[in-house]
Design a protein around this ligand. Structure first.
Ligand code: ADP
Length: 276
């Protein structure tokens, strides 16, 4: 049995009524296991943010169910506690409070949950985790865009959420800072086991994840896992000296393979190298 963290059942969200009604989500059935790193992709307006908002209990569905960590969000006894403890949000714009230092910003979600001393200790640990151990005293406007987004990630992790929801987290960053944020999220997924959903239309983000859910017009139109063992083996093979020889790259040849073996391998790898 998979250890399921998220399940949506016939999830539908309609904004407005009558002729102007917009079906932002239309019968979405999604299951995400604990520990997954998932990219949600699709054109602007296809319902990505709406899905994230419903998963984070920031909004309520028109019909259907959302289950997170075994809880039906429609029946939560305390929505604020759920939002504070079970999910962390990272948005395109970091939303840090400008008059608070990096450390103080990270401490904000811990207020009411931890004592002042413990908040400070935890905030320092989190800033170290995102590579900003020495910038705790800086105000947001003294940090680069990428560093501010790192603080936002640390803040989202404040209460050790099972689920991190990131809505276009690289959208306002230059490509290098964006890559660093992605590497950070992938690292957190690996080392902390945090389940992460990243909404994006950036192909590079998707490449950093293990699973791509594509949406269009409020529906899931494909759900594709990348960490397929065959895929991994082919990638390793293509990168090896043997693979280079099979692909006829760098002047390498394969005299010891029979011609038909060579042809079969070459076709397989060529197909993979072209993207299937
Ligand atoms: P995406 O994140 O993929 O760009 P959204 O989830 O933001 O898409 O939006 C999905 C659809 O729902 C769009 O047509 C959008 O205009 C509409 N929509 C989103 N939020 C609201 C709202 N608060 N009121 C009315 N329509 C909305």
């Amino acid at each position: 049995m998979t250890d399921e963290l998220i399940r949506t059942v016939h999830l539908t969200k309609v904004y407005g009524v009558g002729e102007t009604a917009v079906r932002a989500l239309d019968d979405v059935n999604l299951s995400v296991a604990r520990g997954e790193l998932v990219a949600v992709m699709g054109p602007s307006g296809c319902g990505k943010s709406t899905l994230l908002n419903l998963l984070g209990a920031l909004d309520r569905p028109t019909s259907g169910e959302v289950w997170v960590a075994g809880e039906n969000l429609a029946r939560l006894k305390n929505v604020d506690t759920f939002r504070a403890k079970t999910v962390g949000f990272v948005f395109q714009l970091h939303n840090l409070l400008p008059t608070l230092t990096a450390l103080e910003n990270v401490e904000v979600p811990m207020q009411g949950h931890l004592s002042a001393g413990k908040r400070r200790t935890r905030a320092k640990e989190l800033l170290a985790l995102v590579g900003l151990a020495d910038r705790g005293a800086a105000l947001p406007n003294q940090l680069s865009g990428g560093q501010r987004q790192r603080v936002a990630v640390a803040r989202a992790l404040a209460n050790g959420p099972a689920l991190l929801l990131a809505d276009e987290p690289t959208g306002s960053l230059d490509s290098q800072s964006g890559d660093e944020i992605l590497a950070l999220l992938a690292d957190l997924n690996q080392t902390q086991g945090t389940t992460i959903l990243i909404v994006t239309h950036d192909r590079r983000v998707a490449q950093a994840t293990q699973r791509i859910v594509r949406m269009s017009d409020g529906r899931i139109i494909s759900d594709h896992r990348l960490a397929d063992p065959l895929e991994e083996d082919l990638r390793a093979l293509a990168d090896s000296r043997l693979g280079q020889a099979i692909l006829g790259r760098n002047g390498a040849t394969l005299q010891h393979l029979r011609a038909e073996e060579q042809m079969a391998l070459q076709r397989l790898l060529e197909r993979w190298a072209r993207g299937g």
